[in-house]
Ligand binder design. Sequence first.
Ligand code: GLU
Length: 276
Amino acid sequence: MITRFAPSPTGPLHLGHAYSALLAHDMARDAGGQFHLRIEDTDIDRCRPEWEALIFEDMKWLGLSWEQPVLRQSEHLEGYHAVLMGLADRGLVYPCSCSRSAIRAAMSAPQEGVPAPDVYPGTCRHRPMSDRRSGDALRLDMVKAIGEVGHMEFTETGPKHAGTHVLDPARLVAEIGDAVLGRKEIETVSYVLAAVIDDAGQGMSHIVRGEDLWQITFLQVLLQNLLDLPTPTYHHHRLVRDETGKRLAKRDDAKAIRTYRENGATPEDIRRMVGL
Ligand code: GLU
């Protein structure tokens, strides 16, 4: 078994991250496998070196060890970009200049056949790659993409959705639609694609992560099929919530591992708090 913890250094790790890292680590250890730490820092606007340094500190303090070398995604942008251009060469990607507000406006008059909110309405779908202007995002043409793949499925072992899941093309179109794979910065690919490339490149057998990433799995499995990459087994774990039942966010400094650490908690206390 090969697992990973793949945080983005955009804030301090909190109890939810600790649960994810400990669970992925323990599953690999119990199976005599490998556990990796991967730094997902493709979002250059939000990632900071000090948050990355804190990830290493917190992970060591938790008593975790991981395989070397650590993969830092910002060092592999050209490779991700090449994969994205490969999809573009196959006619599966188009440039999009819609702003968030333009997308919202295009979706504001609900009518028969219009996709559900949050699914891009396809305003730029007719545009060829040769029309790409600086500042454009790149989107997957979901309908064309589905036309290139056959039967798709994955196995989930987490508590909420355990079982085999077959991807339904109609739901991919209606619920995910033309996802953004490349962002405005010329060489930057979105998290979903970079993670798929690295999960395969690093030979991940099990993806252990929070239930908040459940929906994304369907897009990632589609990308694996498009790119001829193996589909790992997924394990989406419950989210650690605060006392009021809200899921923890990176800005909740009160639940940061560092805060517990500084207040004298032990790694065993953290394990107990997250229910391990
Ligand atoms: N980098 C993602 C995050 O911090 C996690 C990605 C994953 O586990 O697949 O939310």
